[in-house]
Design a binder for this molecule. Structure first.
Ligand code: SF4
Ligand code: SF4
Length: 397
């Protein structure tokens, strides 16, 4: 396919945490709120006057200092973020909001806090307790925590308007980005998709780590461009897959998968679009914060939710995605040493294969993707096994 006009622009934005758009927003006086997990609703950090910057550590090389503070047995994503913080890579942040969701990420954030790695005068770190269930009691707790640990500190420290009217504005603006990303992602359903998984995830990842409103023009133009884009010829990719798992903040992982023959047509990982880029539809008869929190609890697909309903829902969700996007198989990935996905990945891989009948590849991946020959080989072998199954099914018919 011909290169997307703005792909290089989006790729460049992913080269630095403190990228051009972050600097532009801060120059306009907006507050940069660092975030580390999907369980703090992004939309609460998108109130007029501030914007969320989901932390990434692009171009990570050594993680020696991060490992020194956190040991070599902790999640590589957390160590890479700490390493970047130690290098001064997040000194642009005005504050950092973290949920008590993942203990490893909390250790990372605590180190950033205790070592005073972000040194702006008003800088603060706020921790919020987030529920592991999604019932009404959990919702009440979630709403209270978001008010106490997110909205009030933003209001008291930076004078951010956290009223219902301001939240409604933030939701409207967030929804605009979601509509565009969803419309772009819909093209992945086509028999010959006119956008690759890599291209889609470059755009999608940018919406997590840049002020979203500053991306709208380029997203709109990309959507227009896709309407007439000529797709790759049939047969360029030998299988269609859904990628499921923990943080993938580097679209290079998707690129390697596609170079090995598996087109990534749908996603279910943090920094992806399912869930995360769906519109929040508000009603007029309940406060906005409660409605936002209810949406996030209902959408949540993180293995941290441990009630049976959510555990079952996660498998059904992936099954539905795979069907909707006409996948041939599923790839479960897990960041090395991630606890939550360390149990979700083997169990879900088994269930999706044995009970739902999907071909499944299960891999753990390092934070620094590099050329990853091992992953490439495993994807190639998986693609071949999917092809053999298809031939066998045709012969049996
Ligand atoms: S996998 Fe769960 S705990 Fe980890 S960042 Fe995503 S939502 Fe947060
Ligand atoms: S990959 Fe796993 S261990 Fe690492 S931050 Fe995410 S949830 Fe935590």
């Amino acid at each position: 396919m011909k290169d997307l006009r703005h792909l290089y622009y989006f790729e460049n934005l992913l080269q630095e945490a403190n990228n051009d758009l972050v600097r532009q927003a801060q120059a306009e006086g907006r507050v940069a709120v660092g975030s580390v997990c999907a369980l703090i609703p992004e939309v609460l950090l998108s109130l007029p006057g501030c914007f969320p910057a989901r932390l990434r550590a692009p171009r990570t090389g050594s993680m020696e200092m991060g490992t020194y503070y956190m040991t070599s047995l902790t999640c590589e994503c957390c160590r890479a973020l700490l390493e970047r913080a130690l290098e001064g890579g997040y000194s642009f942040l005005d504050c950092l909001v973290a949920p008590d969701a993942c203990a490893q990420m909390n250790r990372c954030v605590e180190n950033i806090d205790l070592l005073k790695l972000c040194d702006k005068e008003k800088f603060f770190v706020s921790y919020a307790d987030v529920p592991m269930k999604s019932d009404e009691t959990a919702l009440r707790h979630y709403v209270r925590q978001m008010r106490l640990r997110v909205l009030e500190p933003l209001r008291d420290t930076f004078g951010i308007d956290v009223s219902d009217a301001a939240l409604r504005k933030a939701v409207e603006s967030h929804n605009e980005t979601c509509r565009l990303v969803t419309a772009i992602g819909e093209y992945r359903k086509e028999e010959r998709p006119r956008i690759t998984g890599y291209e889609f995830h470059v755009l999608c990842t940018a919406t997590y780590c840049c002020p979203k409103d500053l991306l709208l023009d380029k997203l709109r133009e990309t959507l227009e461009e896709l309407a007439t884009r000529e797709p790759d010829p049939k047969g360029k990719y030998r299988a269609r897959v859904v990628m499921v798992g923990s943080e993938i903040d580097n679209p290079e992982l998707i690129k390697i998968t596609e170079e090995a023959g598996a087109l990534v047509v749908a996603d279910r990982f943090c920094f992806g679009s399912f869930p995360g880029r769906q519109e929040i539809v508000l009603s007029g008869d309940e406060d906005v914060l409660t409605q936002v929190c209810r949406r996030y609890l209902a959408w949540g697909q993180c293995p941290r939710f441990m009630d049976t309903a959510k555990i079952n829902e996660r498998k059904a969700y992936v099954d539905a995605l795979a069907k909707e996007f006409r996948a041939d198989g599923i790839i479960y990935e897990q960041m090395k040493f991630c606890d939550y996905w360390g149990y979700e990945r083997p169990v879900a891989s088994h269930i999706m294969r044995e009970e739902f009948g999907w071909p499944v590849l299960s891999v753990d991946v390092p934070y620094v993707v590099g050329s990853n020959a091992q992953l490439r080989t495993r994807v190639q072998a998986f693609v071949e096994s999917v092809e053999i199954k298809k031939i066998q099914a045709e012969v049996a018919r």
